[in-house]
Ligand binder design. Structure first.
Ligand SMILES: [Zn+2]
Length: 597
């Protein structure tokens, strides 16, 4: 940079068209205060445009920026040219060397949000195919990738506006605008931070000079802000075991990265992590083209969930991230908004409630309907079952009266066919056994015995306020990905109770054939499932925490994720946990067990 800076300084000294001292950035800005000299210089300027100094006022004028508003003398601050802020002059390679010139900071009325941005000129970063010597941005080396984090809400750190927000690539902060009075502009002058990225247009600018920077070396930054995936890349995601390297040297497997627990949002993180490891759902959301043209009614906010979920997917699977974790901040803000604060960042929620709400909200935001219109969500997770219901006479009635009532049509068994997104598995009531050392024994139950709820025979009693029913269930369609929710929590009038029973399950090769009716068995060829994600709830109902086990398809290995922590885990450890939500993948026709377990 220093040699480039020197060359530039020399060039500027040769070319200095207006006797501005040729001292580079800071001295050129001393001429900015005079609108007279500005107009006089017009002709000269077009002549000496290309080799001239990176004069800020000039570039701005070339860019047909509206003339500055009349300046209220009281608002002109005179500051020594050696620096306007604590960081010294730093006006670039030539900056601060000329000494003495007075820098005038011009202030105008704040730009409204809707003001057009000044039109910039263009400079190339390190390579100008036409003229390598004349126009380049000398500040690219000041970019600090280690501070860049694009996961947070894109709003100006000062005005809190979402419009025209730029990231300062030197300190990582967000500022609004590019015009003379804008926060980004002021920041660039005050702190001598010069390289900015417009977070919406993905264009780079040098401020306060106000020119666009075009340079291929900046692509990795735009990629972190907005990762994209080709079809080929998506196809290969589950076939590769290649580690990525973050900017700080940490290695990570794309898709197996931690999510910040901002306050108490680990319940949502675990669900989002689980869903991001369901290949067809993930693949759909990795490609924005799949959903960007979906028409939504005016004023609809729910589509925000779709957009944010897509962005989160792409960040989680980004092979070129600067850091080995992702913040779900924007995703969760959309969740808070769209759920009308039913789910929050600051208050622990229930993973199953969240999953259920989120899948339904995504489905309807994607244009799905209850009955007919399918979406990727229903394609992946929706199955169906028959629900047989029989009304029971009140238990306190005399036997005779009961028998009488059972003859009525009202008490005959009815059947409805119903779809489901997940199956709720009930745990047997946990007996409070204690062993000889007075330690509580944690009961265990085999998965198959709690799956018996769906065998078409097992009857379960349900009570409403005044009526009792017997229900039994039989599966009629198994989805490609089957979600089990293990009912650990029961609410009574006073508190929520947690059942700590451990479910014993094989992590592969679970055949659900016997839960299908005979005629369905005949058409359902594949009924064998392997576990791919396991969400665990640890601790007490209200103050517990969530973690998740996920299978990385490329390596065939299991990982445990808890907030930012990622560790590999032996498959046999998974079954010892208090599993709460599980996602199982149906085997394809010719697929054998890939997990080697
Ligand atoms: Zn900055």
């Amino acid at each position: 940079m220093s040699s480039r800076g020197k060359r530039e300084r020399e060039r500027e000294a040769r070319a200095a068209p207006r006797g501005s001292g040729g001292g580079g950035g800071s001295s050129s800005s001393s001429s900015r205060g005079s609108s007279r000299s500005r107009r006089e210089g017009e002709a000269e300027r077009s002549r000496g445009r290309r080799e001239a100094e990176r004069g800020r006022d000039r570039d701005r004028r070339e860019a047909a920026e509206p003339l500055p508003l009349p300046v209220d003398p009281a608002r002109i601050k005179r500051e020594p040219g050696t620096g306007t802020g604590s960081s010294g002059s730093g006006a670039g390679p030539g900056g601060g060397s000329s000494g003495g010139p007075v820098r005038i900071k011009r202030e105008r009325e704040p730009d409204g949000d809707s003001d057009p941005e000044p039109e910039p000129t263009v400079r190339y970063g390190r390579f100008d195919p036409e003229d390598q010597r004349s126009r380049h941005c000398p500040y690219l080396d000041t970019i600090n990738k280690s501070v860049l984090d694009f996961d947070f809400e894109k709003l100006c750190s000062i005005s809190l506006s979402h419009i025209n927000v730029y990231a300062c690539l030197v300190c990582g902060k967000y500022f609004q605008g590019r015009g003379l009075k804008s926060h980004a502009y002021i920041h660039s002058v005050q702190f001598s931070h010069h390289v900015f990225l417009n977070l919406h247009t993905l264009k780079f600018y040098c401020l306060p000079d106000n020119y666009e920077i075009i340079d291929s070396s900046l692509e990795d930054i735009t990629y972190v802000l907005k990762p994209t995936f080709t079809k080929q890349q998506i196809t290969n995601l589950d076939k590769q075991a290649k580690l990525s390297r973050a900017y700080d040297g940490t290695t990570y497997l794309p898709g197996i990265v931690g999510l910040n627990n901002i306050k108490a949002n680990d319940y949502a993180n675990a669900v989002l992590q689980a869903l991001s490891n369901v290949p067809p759902l993930r693949n759909y959301f990795l490609e924005e083209d799949n959903y960007k043209n979906i028409k939504r009614p005016p004023g609809d906010i729910m589509f925000l969930l779709v957009q944010r979920f897509g962005e989160l997917m792409r960040k989680l699977w980004n092979p070129r991230n600067f850091k080995a974790h992702v913040s779900p901040h924007e995703m969760l803000q959309a969740v808070v908004l769209c759920s009308k604060k039913n789910f929050q960042i600051t208050k622990q929620g229930d993973g199953v409630d969240f999953l259920s709400w989120f899948l339904n909200a995504l489905h309807s935001a994607l244009g799905g309907t209850k009955k007919k219109k399918k979406t990727i969500v229903t394609d992946v997770f929706q199955g169906s079952m028959r629900i047989f219901t029989k009304k029971l006479p009140h238990p306190d009635l005399p036997a005779e009266e009961k028998a009488q009532l059972l003859q009525n049509a009202e008490y005959q068994e009815t059947m409805v066919e119903s779809t489901f997104m997940y199956l709720t598995l009930d745990l047997p009531t946990a007996p409070l056994y204690k062993d000889e050392k007075e330690q509580l024994i944690i009961p265990q139950v085999p998965l198959f015995s709690i799956l018996a709820k769906f065998n078409g025979v097992t009857e379960k009693e349900y009570k409403t306020y005044k009526e009792n029913f017997l229900k039994r269930f039989q599966l009629t369609k198994l989805p490609p990905y089957l979600i089990f929710c293990i009912k650990r929590f029961t609410k009574n009038n006073f508190f929520v109770e947690k059942n700590p029973t451990i479910v014993n399950f094989p992590i592969t090769n679970v055949d659900l054939r016997e839960y299908l009716s005979e005629e369905v068995q005949a058409v359902h060829t594949n009924t064998t499932y392997d576990l791919i994600a396991n969400i665990v709830h640890d601790g007490k109902p209200s103050e517990g925490s969530y973690r998740i086990h996920v299978l990385h398809h490329g390596t065939g290995k299991w990982y445990e994720l808890q907030d930012l922590q990622v560790t590999d885990i032996l498959p046999q450890m998974i079954t010892l946990s208090e599993a709460y939500i599980q996602i199982w993948k149906r085997r394809e026709e010719d697929e054998t067990n890939q997990q080697g377990a």
